[in-house]
Structure formats: C-alpha cells, structure tokens
Design a protein around this ligand. Structure first.
Ligand SMILES: NC(=O)c1ccc[n+]([C@@H]2O[C@H](COP(=O)([O-])OP(=O)(O)OC[C@H]3O[C@@H](n4cnc5c(N)ncnc54)[C@H](OP(=O)(O)O)[C@@H]3O)[C@@H](O)[C@H]2O)c1
Length: 282
C-alpha cells in the first residue's frame, strides 16, 4: 500500500492552468491517487491523469475539497455558481493571490473551512514552497492539509495573513525573479563571447549548484560569497558593484514592494462585487 497521503474524495480543481497543473503534476509524481479528483475548466483542456470537465453540472457529487485555481479577477464570476454546489463539509483551498480569507468567507459562507495556500511553480518537481493560512481550520484539518501539501515541498502554516502574504511575495513570485537573474547571468556570458547555449547552461547550473550546495551544507549566503571571493580578487571586484549602496538588495526590495502593492489592490478588487453581481443587486 502507498504511503502517499489521500486527497478527500471527491476533490475538485476549479481552474487548472499553470499553477493548478503544477500542483496536479507534483501530486501525481508523489504517487497521490487522483482517481477521485475532477478538474473543471471552461476550455476542457485535458489535465493528465485527472478527469476534466467544462461545467460544474458534469462534475458529479459535491466536493469534500475544492482547490480554487482560477485568476483572482474571476472570483466574482465563479463564486455565485460554485457556492450553490458546496456543502457544510466542503473545505476550500484557495491559491488566489491577494484574495483575503475574510473575502473568501463572504463569497462561500456555508463551507466547513477556508484555507489559503500560496504555492510556487517548483511544486511541479516537488521542490516548491506552499505557504498555508487559515482563520478557522482545527488541528485535525491543519494536519490533513499539511500532509497533502508536504509532498510538494516546504509547506509551513503561517500564524497570520500578513506573514502569509510575505511568503507569497518572496516565494510565490520568486521563481520569476530568479529566472530574470539567471537570464541576466546568461546575457553577461554572451557579452563575454560565449554561445547562448553554453551561457544559459552555465548560468542555470551555477544557480542550481549554489542553491543546492547551500541547502546541503547549511551555509549562509554571506559564507558562500566569502568562500568564492578572495580578498582583492576578481569576484570581490564584482561583489563591490552589487554591494555598492546595497544596490541589489534595494532593487529586489523595491520589486517585491511593487508586487505586494499590486496584491493589496487585488485584495480590494476581490472585495467589490463583480459587474455581473452588481447588476443583480436591488
Ligand atoms: N502562476 C504562478 O506562479 C502562481 C503562484 C501562486 C499563485 N498563483 C495563483 O494561481 C491562480 C491561477 O494562476 P495561473 O498562473 O495558473 O493562471 P492560468 O494558467 O491562466 O490558469 C487559470 C485557470 O483558470 C481557469 N478558468 C478561467 N475562467 C474560469 C471559470 N470561469 N471557471 C473555472 N475556471 C476558470 C482556466 O481554464 P481554461 O484554461 O480552461 O481557460 C485555467 O485553467 C491565480 O489565482 C494565481 O494568483 C499563481
């Protein structure tokens, strides 16, 4: 018998694009049974290993667990129809960036519990980060949700929604920033005369090797940098540029602040009823 955790049956994915698909793939490669999981997405584009339908009407019996995997802007459109299909036993896991637990509770008043999860794309290869937060999950549910997400990587419960958002700012978006850094290293290699192919392989392997080495030795990033840079040497000259006026730290901090501000805007937008809903209001 497999040691893999069991998903509640049935589990629905409402929307399963980039991120939903990455979670499904991570779970599949962890040996999690997806035979009672259903994806509902308008295009009906098949998701490997999971029954995929286009409409709620085709999904079958009410879900025990629902993963909200659509874009936050779609909440106003999806919630009115979805909420009619949920029961007092349904647990919602929302991966919607920026949409707060209180807003989700308003949108889905009758469900058993609402959990926010903020994954990042490497869940695909089970080396992701998944921040977890809930205002109402009891210990048993916390344990169950932690067990479900642990096979995808590091999945910590956060004590409050601000810290949950902070993990999202760094880890959720992080792969995009790391991708830009690797691309910049690649471009620098090309500028120094390497072919794009060699430069991109070297940039990728250097990033991977550095992260892997630090993860296995437990060294801090300062220690790693110190071990590479001998006093008055070549690396030291390069670090002096990055460290001048904390230019790199400042740049990353400003980028993450911009993303956090956008998150706050999205949280506000999700609180407002959609145009369709507003049209139905008296
Ligand atoms: N991408 C990331 O790295 C990342 C990280 C953390 C959190 N997130 C969150 O993950 C969520 C999805 O992002 P994504 O990047 O995966 O977007 P995506 O690739 O565009 O996927 C969106 C999914 O939503 C579906 N959808 C659209 N309208 C729908 C409707 N009315 N009912 C049900 N499903 C609907 C789409 O279905 P069709 O394909 O059939 O149109 C698609 O499967 C977002 O809320 C985002 O904040 C993403």
């Amino acid at each position: 018998m497999s040691d893999a955790p069991q998903l509640p049956a049935p589990t629905w994915f409402v929307g399963c694009g980039n991120m939903g698909g990455a979670i499904v793939q991570g779970w599949r490669s962890a040996g999690i049974d997806l035979s009672q999981t259903i994806v509902i997405r308008p295009s009906g584009t098949p998701v490997e290993g999971v029954r995929t339908v286009q409409r709620f009407a085709e999904a079958g019996s009410p879900p025990k667990l629902v993963v909200l995997g659509f874009k936050p802007q779609k909440l106003g459109e999806v919630a009115p129809e979805l909420r009619k299909l949920l029961t007092a036993k349904t647990v919602i896991v929302s991966i919607l960036a920026g949409v707060e637990a209180a807003t989700l509770r308003q949108r889905f008043p009758g469900v058993s519990a609402i959990v926010r999860a903020m994954p990042n794309l490497p869940v695909l290869i089970r080396r992701g980060v998944v921040a977890l937060y809930s205002e109402e999950a009891d210990d048993a549910l916390r344990q169950q949700i932690a067990e479900i997400f642990a096979p995808l990587g590091f999945a910590p419960w956060m004590p409050d929604e601000a810290k949950f958002a902070a993990v999202g700012s760094v880890a959720g978006a992080g792969p995009a920033y790391v991708a830009r850094f690797i691309a910049a290293l690649t471009k620098a290699g090309v500028e120094r005369g390497l072919s794009r192919e060699i430069a991109s392989t070297i940039a990728l392997e250097t990033t991977l090797g550095t992260a892997w080495m630090a993860a296995s030795t437990g060294e801090t990033m300062d220690e790693v940098a110190r071990r590479v840079a001998s006093p008055k040497g070549t690396t030291q000259a390069g670090l002096a540029v990055l460290d001048h006026d904390r230019v790199l730290d400042q740049l990353i901090s400003v980028a993450i602040r911009a993303a956090a501000e956008r998150g706050a805007e999205m949280a506000e937008e999700a609180k407002a009823p959609s145009l369709a809903e507003a049209a139905r209001l008296p």
